[in-house]
Design a protein around this ligand. Structure first.
Ligand code: MSP
Length: 593
């Protein structure tokens, strides 16, 4: 057998003071306009996670994919009623050889395995606060209708033909591989077996007559699409990688398997001897959810943001847009790509026994704590390493000490006996820096703080748009540190409410710190929804005052009335985030050998 060619088709065809000042005025209004920025143009937004294979229980990498999508979607919803039309889908990918084999190994029918594992994913996502509007299973009847219809469209447009496929197939990754992507791995008995170079999963040689999709015709249209939409794939390095792939050969793609070999899938319409390739089946889920083939899907497509891991980039950035173009539809608007979590420096795998169970983590670190950790530490551009000490250290320092401590300092009865949002005194903190006078108490660094917090919502929005959520959280955390510095600098506990000299300044210090906290609470909602709710409720911020569109930071500073001034704080409900005890929270220790 000739193993040099991969896909052989035997078919028919082949801050200075000045800048601080400049920042202030416009910022008051622009932070308010965040919500309305581009309402009419893209009022609808449709976010998707990959649909998850049901061959094994979910791990923290799967949760990470879903959390990134959840945070993007929640941030979008926060931008106000004009952008409230969001849809967010997730689900399970239940067909294919991988599932068929996993069920056989487990001694279950494929349906039993799918029901069981799909339920795990649904429970996990519910516990983790994934705010999806749709959960799809590819074994549902509505999906079969959509896939078969989509197939029919490709067929009617002359894009499918019958040919013989001969090459490597990797069942674990459900993909065809060129010879250059296959290597030999030594076996236990001194023999060797072929594996995928990228994933290390075993591959097998396949030769059969299949339906083939004319992928090769789409090289130039895909290049045009990517070149005219430089933000289509974010972060940029992944966009670049796809363009590089497109410089290489783009062979036609086998899109069905013999049913005698793969029975667990959707039959090719009109030809029961063939089952539709699981990736074509799976990708169409994004259309099924929005009602395809009924016309209603058009109001959501292509306003789509796919959130995916780097391992499935080729399927989403080449195959999927090519299928869509072939069916006469537009490619998705955005593809956001993230990297992977390793555990103590190693790839997570069942055989290494280092798979981290996300439900245990949610229990140990709380839902908000673990969400915060994954999104604060996960960097889309490169892989991140997981170990427990890291979680405890981060959460204790940023949520318990810095943020929780700040809230405590500004709301504790001993400092704020009236338990209100105190008044802001414009003579103590004039809007113009550098003024001198007997009652002026604000210092240069205080203006820097105000400027930092005023620009924070826009900065955070830009980081979300660039899919750098960790940078958004880093920016919030840095402002929390600055606010703690502000409180420390002015030591409100040393000021006296009874003194006519101290009282206006004491009120102002607390007012500014509470305003900063209000901004932090509002911006943290997409990542730590319950903690943010607790924080905002303690500040007395009502549900209708929590959108980015309403986020007018420190209006009194700009000469506007502040709706919170004089308002009673919400009830005290305990620590914002109780410190974690390192010794009791170990799951995976660093440097474990
Ligand atoms: N079923 C396909 C997707 C089809 S979408 C039309 C699939 N499923 S998966 O369960 O293997 O992976 C789902 C998601 O989890 C992918 O985005 C993948 O990148 C992500 N992750 C899997 N392991 C991961 C880590 N170790 N770390 C982070 N994300 C990881 O692929």
């Amino acid at each position: 057998m000739l193993r040099t060619s991969v896909l052989r088709l035997v078919g028919r065809t082949g801050a200075s003071r000045l800048s601080v000042l400049e920042d202030f005025g416009p910022r008051y209004y622009s932070s308010g306009s965040l919500g309305a920025r581009d309402d009419a143009r893209d009022a609808r937004a449709y976010f998707t996670t990959p649909i998850f294979y049901v061959n094994a229980a979910p791990h923290i990498g799967h949760l990470y994919s879903a959390l990134l999508a959840d945070a993007l979607c929640r941030h979008r919803r926060l931008r106000g009623p004009s952008t409230a039309a969001t849809r967010f889908s997730t689900g399970t990918d239940e067909h294919g050889l991988k599932i068929q084999q996993a069920a056989a190994t487990a001694g279950l029918t494929p349906t039993e395995l799918c029901d069981r594992v799909s339920e795990h994913f649904q429970q996990l996502f519910q516990e983790a606060g994934i705010s999806c509007t749709d959960f799809i299973r590819t074994t549902e009847a509505r999906h079969r209708v959509a896939v078969q219809h989509f197939w029919g469209v490709l067929k009617s447009r002359g894009l499918l033909y019958k040919g013989v496929y001969e090459g490597w197939y990797c069942a674990s990754d459900e993909c065809f591989l060129p010879e250059a992507k296959v290597t030999r791995q030594p076996g236990p008995l001194g023999d060797s077996f072929p594996v995928s170079l990228e994933s290390g999963h075993p591959v097998s040689w396949t030769k059969e007559e299949n339906y083939i999709f004319r992928l090769s015709q789409f090289r130039e249209p895909l290049q045009r699409w990517l070149r005219s939409n430089p933000q289509a794939i974010t972060p940029e390095p992944f966009h670049h990688v796809v363009l590089q792939w497109l410089d290489e050969e783009l062979p036609d793609l086998s899109v069905s398997r013999r049913s005698s070999h793969l029975h667990w899938g959707i039959p090719v319409p009109g030809d029961d001897s063939q089952t539709i390739y699981v990736w074509l089946d799976a990708l169409v889920n994004y259309l099924t959810v929005i009602g395809y083939p009924n016309a209603e899907f058009k109001s959501w497509w292509p306003a789509t943001s796919h959130i995916i891991g780097k391992d499935i980039l080729k399927f989403h950035a080449i195959y999927w847009p090519a299928f869509l173009l072939g069916a006469g539809m537009s490619p998705p608007q955005r593809i956001y790509v993230h990297s992977h979590w390793t555990v103590c420096g190693q790839k997570m795998s069942k055989s290494l026994g280092n798979v981290v169970d996300p439900r245990t983590c949610l229990n140990r670190y709380t839902v908000d704590g673990f969400r915060y950790f994954l999104l604060r530490q996960g960097v889309p551009n490169w892989d991140c390493d997981y170990y427990d000490e890291k979680v405890v250290k981060l959460l204790n320092s940023e949520l318990a000490d810095a943020l929780g401590g700040l809230l405590n300092r500004c709301t504790a009865k001993r400092i704020n006996p009236s338990e209100t949002y105190p008044a802001f005194c414009t003579t103590c903190f004039p809007s113009e820096p550098g003024l001198v006078g007997p009652s002026v108490r604000a210092q240069a660094e205080d203006y820097v703080l105000v400027s930092s917090v005023a620009t924070l919502p826009k900065q955070v929005a830009d980081h979300y748009d660039n899919f750098q959520i960790y940078k958004a959280l880093e920016a919030v955390s840095s402002c929390v540190r600055q606010t703690n510095g502000f409180v420390q600098r002015h030591a409100p506990w040393k000021l006296n409410w009874e003194s006519p000299v101290d009282a206006p300044w004491l009120g102002t210090v607390l007012h500014v710190a509470l305003e900063c906290l209000r901004v932090f609470g509002t911006l943290l909602q997409p990542v730590t929804p319950s903690l943010a709710d607790k924080l905002l409720s303690r500040l007395g911020v009502s549900a209708s005052e929590r959108n980015l569109g309403e986020l007018y930071f420190l209006p009194r500073f700009y000469g506007h009335p502040c709706p919170f001034e004089g308002r009673r704080l919400g009830p005290e409900t305990g620590l914002l985030f109780p410190r974690l005890d390192q010794s009791r929270t170990w799951l995976v220790k660093a440097h474990r050998t």
